[in-house]
Design a binder for this molecule. Structure first.
Ligand SMILES: [Zn+2]
Length: 249
């Protein structure tokens, strides 16, 4: 069930049976010469929608832009300042708290968002406590990067022969290709790529270390078929995680 395609009456009825919601977040940033700019938010949204179907969860509007400072030397990349992102996510979550939502499962497609998402959650907890005092609702928020778990990583290794943990991995590019054929590109890339190493500093440093944007990845063998299979694995995993999250004491 998607919030954007629900009426206020339908959301009201949903709130009678659940206080949980899935929020897809990602980025708009380069994903090598093969992956499209929207890969991270397209993946998060596609997996969130499927997850929502599996566990009868409402899915909020996708946050399509995130923290992409280190990709800014590549044309088309867009970033928010961390303070903007914290303010945006805080307002997004607090708006829903006003309506009675209490469990926020942020299904994130972009690792660069993680620390800022956690800062936003801290802001939410502080604001809720100050607003409600001892009568505060039990608001909880959790960010999960969709492929950062043993189950999705094992499936990515099986289907693509490579880790999903790099940047522009065949795994993440495949899911975007499964979402829409308009996201499919074919290109021959240099066989060598930079290994997994996140010790870069600014955007110029990133470009020098990762000239075609890849980190520990080769998306040449990405395909919509691989993406469809990974999507199912990821959605089943996150449906289970979501259920546990909203039922936890
Ligand atoms: Zn990505």
């Amino acid at each position: 069930m998607r919030l954007a395609q629900s009426t206020y009456e339908e959301v009201g009825r949903y709130l009678e049976r659940s206080r949980g919601i899935i929020l897809p977040t990602g980025s708009t940033e380069q994903h090598s010469p093969i992956g499209v700019m929207g890969t991270d938010h397209i993946d998060a949204e596609t997996i969130a929608w499927r997850t929502g179907d599996l566990c009868d969860a409402l899915v909020g509007p996708t946050v399509t832009i995130g923290i992409s400072e280190h990709h800014m030397t590549f044309p088309g990349s867009i970033t928010l300042r961390p303070t903007t992102y914290i303010a945006f996510m805080t307002d997004y979550i607090l708006s829903l708290v006003e309506h009675g939502f209490e469990r926020f499962y942020v299904l994130n497609g972009h690792g660069g968002n993680t620390s800022t998402l956690n800062a936003a959650f801290a802001e939410v907890y502080t604001t809720v406590r100050r607003r409600f005092g001892c009568a505060m609702p039990d608001v909880r928020a959790k960010a999960m990067k969709w492929f950062e778990n043993d189950i999705c990583e094992a499936r990515a290794l099986e289907l693509t022969g490579h880790t999903a943990l790099g940047h522009a991995s065949a795994a993440e590019v495949s899911v975007a290709q499964a979402a829409d054929p308009a996201n499919i590109r074919k290109a021959k890339l240099e066989p060598d790529f930079a290994p997994l190493d996140h010790t870069f500093y600014n955007s110029a440093d990133f470009r020098r270390r990762f000239p075609d944007g890849r980190i520990e990845s080769n998306p040449e063998n990405a395909s919509p078929e691989i993406g469809a299979a990974l999507l199912e694995t990821a959605a089943a995993f996150h449906a289970e995680q979501y259920r546990a999250f909203i039922l936890a004491d």
